[in-house]
Design a protein around this ligand. Structure first.
Ligand SMILES: O=c1[nH]cnc2c1ncn2[C@@H]1O[C@H](CO)[C@@H](O)[C@H]1O
Ligand SMILES: [Zn+2]
Length: 366
């Protein structure tokens, strides 16, 4: 029951609420102005326009393609301008500042180091540059009165077959802020089991990983990710609804895989706007997040790519409030779900839940 002193759940108020982000791509979150600056600085000539407003709109429209493969083509431009340590430091610092300004208190930000080697940077140099950027951004956020903690996830690209090398890179940097591993890129035709050696290695190292699964491909991809690869979380995972039957009278029946995912509390890193753009969901209002939330799967709310979807953690939440009528208790539930599912240690997760998230929502709930 909400108190009468509760702050109305407006977009502005949601921006002030503490939020936790588990699925956000560094190379999908650049400021349009930064893309243009970096292109000028490095002589990148392939941008579709050099007008900041137009470029922002171009990314959103191009990503609005109805297909994951076409959506991913837009990353050629962001990766194209991120081929120096200076660019990587700047993009990472701005990422930390932008997320902190939106009220994010803990974020796991991911990227694929193998995409930044075009000018000869080594994988280790790339990781060090991004970590330096996150550190600088968190300091600047602190000066602006915001505390943010960032954990890094390293992605291997499904089509490139470098996953063991990237998994080793993640483990090598685990003590300087790299908290986990992921595989990203086109899903259809590249099942997660192509990377079994990487997952086996990570498990032996007691390292954490999530897998993009159930976005552009269905249940087999989710099943392999969990049962063959051992993923702790699912990137998107929306297609798990294919294993849930809702009858005309509203009764619900979960298949064995959906039951397993719910029973084991496997976190779903859901990214509503991105899913609408790639055609994984018809609209926000019809997004499976509504049903999965009602069924109490471990749902979390994420941005995927802030540039391509023109979104922020707060605007994704606001869109869900609009579509499903969620209140502060629901937003707090998503946030605590995410914090419980983070790849940092239990003590640290608990401290953020008890010292930051709960008091933050208590103040809003009155
Ligand atoms: O929703 C997604 N599904 C699969 N791959 C993605 C998605 N968003 C971004 N990337 C891919 O992940 C790489 C590393 O950050 C990006 O370069 C992009 O190719
Ligand atoms: Zn993603």
């Amino acid at each position: 029951m909400l108190s009468t002193n509760s702050v109305p759940v407006t977009p502005e108020a949601i921006r002030t609420a503490p939020k936790v982000l588990l699925h956000d791509h560094l190379d999908g979150g650049l400021r349009p102005a930064t893309v243009i600056d970096l292109a000028d600085a490095c002589g990148y000539r392939d941008l579709p326009t050099s007008d900041v407003g137009e470029l922002g709109r171009w990314f959103t429209e191009a990503a609005d393609s109805g297909s994951l493969v076409r959506y991913l083509e837009t990353f050629a431009h962001t990766c194209g301008v991120m081929q120096s340590t200076e660019a990587l430091v700047r993009v990472a610092a701005e990422c930390a500042e932008d997320l902190a300004a939106d009220g994010v208190v803990y974020a796991e930000v991911r990227y694929a180091p193998e995409l930044f080697c075009e000018n000869g940077l080594s994988l280790d140099t790339i990781v060090e540059a991004v970590q330096e950027g996150f550190r600088i951004g968190a300091v600047k956020a602190k000066e602006a009165g915001r505390t943010i903690r960032i954990g890094t996830l390293l992605c291997a690209m499904r089509q490139n077959a470098r996953s063991l090398e990237i998994a080793e890179l993640a483990v090598r940097h685990r003590d300087s802020g790299v908290v986990g591993f992921d595989i990203a890129g086109p899903e259809a035709g590249f099942p997660p089991t192509r990377n079994l050696d990487a997952f086996e290695y990570l498990r032996q190292q007691n390292a954490h990983f999530t897998i993009h699964a159930g976005e552009a491909f269905g249940l087999p991809s989710i099943w392999e990710a969990i049962q063959h690869c051992g993923a702790e979380r699912l990137g998107h995972g929306v297609r798990i609804v294919d294993d849930i039957k809702v009858a005309g009278d509203g009764s619900v029946q979960l298949g064995r895989l959906a039951s397993y995912v719910r029973d084991r509390r496997i976190p779903l890193e859901m990214c509503p706007s991105s899913n609408v753009q790639t055609g994984a969901a018809p609209s926000i209002a019809e997004h499976p997040i509504g049903l999965l939330t009602k069924l109490r799967f471990r749902v979390t709310v994420n941005t995927d790519n802030r540039l391509m979807s023109n979104c922020l953690p707060s605007t994704e939440m606001a869109a869900l409030v609009d579509a499903f009528g969620y209140d502060w208790a629901d937003l707090r539930w998503f946030t605590i779900n995410a914090m419980k599912s983070a790849f940092i240690g239990f003590d640290e997760r608990l401290a953020i839940i008890n010292d930051v998230i709960k008091p933050g929502y208590a103040a809003l709930m009155g």
